[in-house]
Design a protein around this ligand. Structure first.
Ligand SMILES: [Mg+2]
Length: 407
């Protein structure tokens, strides 16, 4: 039996955007790692891990994963929230890692064994114009992907208008460009029309609205995209407007993928129970870790909803490993979003997930199968190695009159 001896947080990347938790045990050399990364509140997550959870968990049997999860979830009385759920998720991942190492088995085998031979993934193609985007998609095709996300530049791309080309109010708040829903509503279907003409009907295509639209415009977009048979449309609506998925579902057959902002262990439930979505997209490290997400996947299986766990942004390689172990073991897996890690970043995590063409593979070593090279993690911290391009605080778009667009 292994006992929790200490819990340590490790910050890395030059902007400190990755936080790794290491749970050390009473057995020599036996420890587990988990992802505690939160780009916007890293210090708060570390506080919860070190000040709230560590004193609570030191001395506990590492194999009591369910009981420790319930302890963390309820020991603060008030539940949920991004910061607390990230801390819970990280420790939960580390405990599954320890259990696998003790058993000498990869985590996906502890979860029931593989339900497929590899994990299909999708990449992020992007271009400021449709012709640039077509070139980007072509590169992904040559690299072996069969599902590709397509964006006109950053989120909201295709909907931006230069202030110099519009009638703006006096003393306008916006500088440069602003977001216009009607421009987006016209440009995104036109983009997919071009993509289908170029690549035919066989290629899987997705698009991330990133919640930029008002509900009725999101419904109009989903309807207009029907002729292009998307693999899914992502975050057509913000978490504040989930009720509109009932109308959207009635009016459009475009598949819907939702959930990357969910942190409450049950806020996804009505969408699944009412069969309003097709893919659930929580981030493992925001939804409560492997313990919570395997339960979420089981409920989704009963309602015909597949998984597409969120990655892709500022996530670290440990969260990716946790996602891939779940992807292998759950029957109702749909697809896995890919991260575009730099080679130097991956070198700091020996045993990291490998991508070959459009598939992901775990290392098959015990536990999560991924380790830390602390020297290289330190190297990622150096200021001369700018490995992150993400912004804090989150950059918000605005409409012509200055109104903030969500998110
Ligand atoms: Mg997204």
């Amino acid at each position: 039996m292994a006992i929790i001896k200490s819990i340590r947080s490790i910050r890395t990347r030059s902007d400190g955007s990755w936080t790794i938790v290491q749970v050390n045990t009473s057995q020599d050399g036996l420890y587990g790692i988990g992802s505690a990364s939160d780009l916007y509140n890293p210090e708060a997550v570390v506080q919860v891990i070190e000040q709230l959870f560590a004193p609570l968990l030191i001395g506990r049997d590492t194999s009591q994963i369910e009981d420790i999860w319930q302890t963390m979830q309820h020991s603060g009385y008030w539940r949920s929230g991004s910061v607390t759920q990230t801390a819970i998720s990280a420790i939960d991942m580390a405990l599954w890692d320890i259990l696998g190492k003790e058993a000498g088995l990869p985590v996906y085998r502890l979860l029931g064994g593989p339900a497929r031979s590899a994990v299909p993934c999708y990449g992020h193609a992007s271009g400021e114009s449709v012709s640039e985007l077509i070139e980007s998609v072509q590169r992904y095709l040559e690299d072996g992907y069969s599902v590709i996300r397509c964006q006109l530049g950053g989120y909201g791309g295709g909907g931006f208008v230069q202030g110099s080309e519009a009638r703006l109010p006096e003393k306008a708040w916006i500088q440069g460009r602003f977001f216009d829903e009607q421009a987006y509503l016209h440009s995104v279907p036109a983009m997919f029309e071009q993509l289908r003409l170029e690549f035919g009907s066989g290629l899987g295509l997705t698009h991330d609205v990133h919640e930029h639209l008002s509900p009725i415009t999101a419904i109009q977009l989903a309807k207009r995209l029907e002729p292009y048979s998307l693999f899914f449309l992502e975050d057509a609506l913000p978490p504040d407007q989930l009720g509109w998925y009932r109308q959207l579902r009635t009016l459009s057959s475009t598949p819907q993928a939702v959930g990357e902002l969910f942190t409450n262990p049950q806020e996804w439930l009505p969408l699944v129970q009412e069969r309003l979505i097709d893919f659930i997209r929580m981030r493992i490290s925001k939804a409560g870790g492997i313990t919570a997400c395997r339960k979420i996947a089981a409920v989704c299986e009963a309602f015909g909803v597949r998984t597409a766990w969120q990655e892709g942004g500022e996530n670290d390689p440990i969260n990716q490993a946790a996602a891939v172990h779940l992807d292998l073991a759950i029957w109702n897996f749909g697809i896995q979003e890919i991260n575009h890690f730099h080679e130097k970043e991956l070198e700091a995590f020996p045993g990291h997930i490998r991508r070959i063409g459009g598939y992901l593979y775990p290392s098959d070593k015990p536990g999560l199968g991924i380790e830390l090279d602390e020297t290289k993690l330190n190297r990622l911290r150096q200021k001369d190695w700018e490995c992150s391009s993400y912004h804090r605080p989150y950059p918000l778009d605005r409409k012509a009159d200055g109104t903030i667009v969500r998110p």
